[in-house]
Design a protein around this ligand. Structure first.
Ligand SMILES: Nc1nc2c(ncn2[C@@H]2O[C@H](COP(=O)(O)OP(=O)(O)OP(=O)(O)O)[C@@H](O)[C@H]2O)c(=O)[nH]1
Ligand SMILES: [Mg+2]
Length: 362
């Protein structure tokens, strides 16, 4: 009787039609495979070595994590990937904001996948602590590359220190290479110290410039020019072509003032347009020549070994510093010693000695 009443009121619900499966069973199986609890390091390694992007992304997330358990797992994955990495060309690209890095990487990356290469684009952007980095927003500038199945774009890791961000990118390179990416592009904004960090993880360092920015001869960060294996003047299109060619000549002259490089490579200058794509294939030709030369004279391998050593020492430095300054005892003692140093009660060296001894001897 009660039930009968409900049947005829607005509260009544019909059973409705059965809901279709959203995914086909094979897709669901695949998703479950990678979404289930947490894949083991072995599963991740297997996935990475078979070219699975989901496994790659997950492993990179582990590398970027600050959770100590994740760190252990990340190290297992990286170590297992190491023997399968290395077969690549690593290219660093820097240039001031607005020079056209993202647009260039889109055009250059497409050119490379067109040649049958597998391209990973990574970034070192220490300003990305909050926003996850400009390269993510940049995906709009890399529309074609994002869609390309032979390209993988990963925004910059975030972190408190440039050293930390850079280390994570360095490890991500290993994972990408093990996953079959043979051309690694690392973008960094040409402000601050990040170029030096990127320079220490790439084979070829490309400085992107534009003509008429007023820094052809002055105001240029000489250190960065000295690191460059090529200077490419972008936006050489329309009315800008003549100016770009002029800038190229000036940069060429400036480059010749630097001492010869250990690589035996003489840095080149070129013009290109990321929009019309003029000059883009030549940039790759230049890099290919560099690789041929430096593999021939063994500089390529020597430099990579030196870079590995550099990253080991960098990581030790970074970790020692972090642990020292995060130690609660040291933090207390640091405060009182700072005051004592300011009041000339103790010499800075003696104060430092006290702190270091406290840390290492307890
Ligand atoms: N005419 C012309 N414009 C270009 C070229 N390359 C890039 N641009 C334009 O320059 C502006 C900046 O380009 P981006 O690729 O965002 O520059 P970016 O160096 O990545 O800049 P940040 O991400 O801010 O460091 C955009 O409006 C592009 O359309 C080019 O070759 N020719
Ligand atoms: Mg950009």
């Amino acid at each position: 009787m009660e039930n009968d009443k409900i049947k005829h009121t607005a509260l009544n619900e019909k059973a409705g039609i059965p809901q279709p499966e959203i995914f086909s069973p094979s897709v669901v199986k695949n998703i479950q495979k990678y979404r289930k609890v947490q894949p083991s390091s072995d599963e991740l390694v297997k996935g990475i070595l078979s070219g699975n992007i989901t496994a790659l992304s997950r492993a990179i997330t582990l590398v970027e994590s600050t959770n100590p358990d994740h760190l252990v797992k990340a190290n297992e994955v990286i170590n297992a990937c190491l023997p399968h990495a290395n077969k690549s060309v690593r290219i660093g690209i820097t240039g001031v904001p607005g020079v056209g890095k993202s647009t260039f990487i889109e055009a250059f990356g497409k050119h490379l996948t067109g040649l049958g290469k597998k391209v990973a684009v990574l970034a070192v952007d220490p300003s990305s602590t909050i926003s996850h980095g400009s390269i993510l927003g940049d995906k709009t500038r890399m529309e074609e590359l994002v869609k390309d199945k032979n390209a993988y774009i990963r925004p910059s890791a975030s972190g408190d220190t440039l050293g930390g961000v850079a280390r994570k990118t360095r490890e991500t390179i290993t994972l990408c290479e093990a996953c079959g990416f043979d051309t690694i592009i690392i973008e960094t904004v040409g402000v601050g110290q990040s170029e030096t960090a990127v320079h220490s993880m790439v084979d070829f360092f490309l400085l992107l410039k534009i003509a008429g920015a007023g820094d052809e001869l002055q105001g240029i960060k000489r250190g960065i020019m000295e690191m460059a294996d090529a200077i490419v003047i972008n936006k050489a299109d329309g009315d800008n072509i003549r100016k770009a060619k002029l800038a190229k000549t000036e940069f060429n002259r400036a480059l010749h003032l630097f001492p010869a490089k250990r690589s035996g490579w003489i840095p080149t200058t070129a013009t290109c347009s990321a929009i019309t794509q003029d000059g883009i294939p030549d940039v790759w030709e230049t890099i290919a020549q560099f690789v041929e030369l430096t593999k021939g004279n063994d500089y390529f391998n020597v430099k990579r070994s030196e870079q590995n050593e550099y990253w080991m020492l960098e990581t030790i430095n970074e970790q020692l510093k972090l642990r020292f300054y995060n130690n609660p005892e040291i933090q207390k003692l640091l405060d009182s010693n700072k005051k004592a140093v300011q009041n000339d009660e103790i010499s800075p060296f003696a104060a430092a000695q006290i702190l270091l001894e406290k840390y290492f001897k307890g």
